[in-house]
Design a binder for this molecule. Structure first.
Ligand code: MG
Length: 245
């Protein structure tokens, strides 16, 4: 398996196990908070085991793992969110959760994958993916639920509709499929939230940058990201202009 295939394999394996866990839990009526934590742990452990087995030299930065910072000077680092949208994951009616995988070398993305198992969507780099046709008359911006100030401001400036949902991976998938045109995330993002989504977006031909217009740098000492824009190429200049208020 090359790195792209391995990223896809990781996302798919974790996604399948998370689906199984949720299906078994719904009959056992587990407490949602307990199930959320179980999902985080199950997926994290599975991903760490697979990376140790197949890429023993590589380092890992996981939302669910301790960060001893040894990764900062490492050549190859897997940046993973074992379960993105964990607050939605316990509820069988919600599809708004994902698995994010990315491989970073010298601060730049080399490969990645995003699985949205409840939607049956699996995005992976290295396949020369493409973007789905646009589905809406007016441009549609998808944003997160709690911080839509920037998204509202951009929507107003460019005359777009605004919607929201959980999980960065699912929002990214909506832009990849053409269901939405632009994904705006204000702030409060860690590298594991953004890295997999940026990897698969760019590979398919979408444009991605931080909310201040700058390029991402991954595997930093403090692994935070200054907001996230993922856009169809035809809207990226409009968004950049709207952001320079
Ligand atoms: Mg998570």
């Amino acid at each position: 398996m090359n790195d792209h295939e391995f990223a896809g394999y990781l996302a798919e394996c974790a996604g399948e196990e998370l689906l199984k866990l949720r299906a078994s839990a719904s009959t056992e009526r587990l407490n949602p908070w307990y199930l959320r934590d179980q999902g985080d742990i199950l997926s994290h452990k599975l991903l760490i085991e697979q990376i140790r087995e197949h890429r023993p030299e590589d380092h890992v930065l996981s939302e669910e793992g301790a960060d001893d910072k040894s990764r900062v000077d490492a050549d190859r680092v897997w940046i993973i969110d074992p379960l993105d949208g964990s607050q939605d994951y316990p509820y069988p009616e919600s599809a708004e959760w994902a698995v994010h995988i990315a491989l970073v070398e010298s601060g730049r993305i080399k490969a990645g994958a995003v699985a949205c198992p409840s939607l049956g969507r699996y995005h992976v780099t290295g396949l020369k993916g493409s973007i789905g046709s646009r589905k809406n008359e007016a441009p549609l911006i998808v944003s997160n639920r709690w911080n839509t100030y920037q998204a509202s401001s951009i929507a107003e400036t460019i005359g777009a509709e605004l919607t929201c949902c959980g999980s960065a991976g699912v929002k990214t998938s909506l832009v990849l499929s053409g269901d939405a045109d632009i994904y705006i995330h204000g702030s409060g993002l860690y590298e594991w939230d953004a890295c997999g989504p940026v990897a698969v977006s760019r590979d398919a031909g979408l444009v991605a940058f931080q909310l201040d217009g700058s390029e991402f740098e991954f595997n930093k000492q403090t692994p935070v990201v200054r907001g996230l824009v993922i856009s169809r190429p035809e809207y990226s200049d409009l968004v950049r202009k709207a952001l320079s208020y």
